[in-house]
Every structure is written in structure tokens, then in C-alpha cells.
Write a protein that binds this ligand. Structure first.
Ligand SMILES: [Zn+2]
Length: 93
């Protein structure tokens, strides 16, 4: 955690505040983000953190409905279109 604080300069990444700092997961763990990866962490003040999660929640809802539509679409097209790519004979020289 100390490394993270040094990296981010012990200030909120979004507004630069040094008060009420929290560790925020850039990719929210509740949506599958890496929980222990320092690369997935940043310092945010309490205010920015709650703003961010509110934004993410609405974005997540949009993404989920988009994914659902994509998956429905994929069910409808022939499975052959998603067959794994086979290297052509010329790739072997
Ligand atoms: Zn802030």
C-alpha cells in the first residue's frame, strides 16, 4: 500500500485532495477487476470514489444490456463463423 501512496503522491488521482483518501480499484472488483493488483489500484478521495462508483454502476448496466444483445446475435448466426482459425499450409514454409 505504501508503494501505491508513493506512486500516486498521497493525493486523490482525480482532484488532488489529500483528505479522506481511499484506495480505489480502477477496474471494480465487483465487476471482475483484480483485487490485489497494484496496477488496478489508485488513490481517490472519498468524494471522487463515490462519484466514480455511481458512474460505473450506470455504465455497467449499459454494458450488460449490450453484451446480452451481442450474445443473442451470436446465437442466431452460424457457429461456423466463430470456428478457430487454422494456420494455412504456407505458414509452414
Ligand atoms: Zn478527489
Amino acid at each position: 500500500m505504501k508503494r501505491l501512496i508513493r506512486r500516486d503522491g498521497a493525493a486523490c488521482k482525480a482532484c488532488g485532495s489529500k483528505n479522506d483518501l481511499t484506495i480505489d480499484h480502477i477496474d471494480p472488483t465487483s465487476f471482475g477487476g483484480a483485487i490485489l493488483d497494484p496496477e488496478n489500484m489508485q488513490l481517490l478521495c472519498k468524494w471522487c470514489n463515490s462519484e466514480k462508483s455511481r458512474e460505473e454502476e450506470s455504465r455497467h448496466k449499459i454494458i450488460t444490456s449490450m453484451n446480452l444483445r451481442f450474445m443473442e446475435e451470436r446465437e442466431r448466426v452460424a457457429p461456423a463463423r466463430f470456428a478457430p482459425h487454422r494456420p494455412s499450409a504456407s505458414a509452414w514454409g
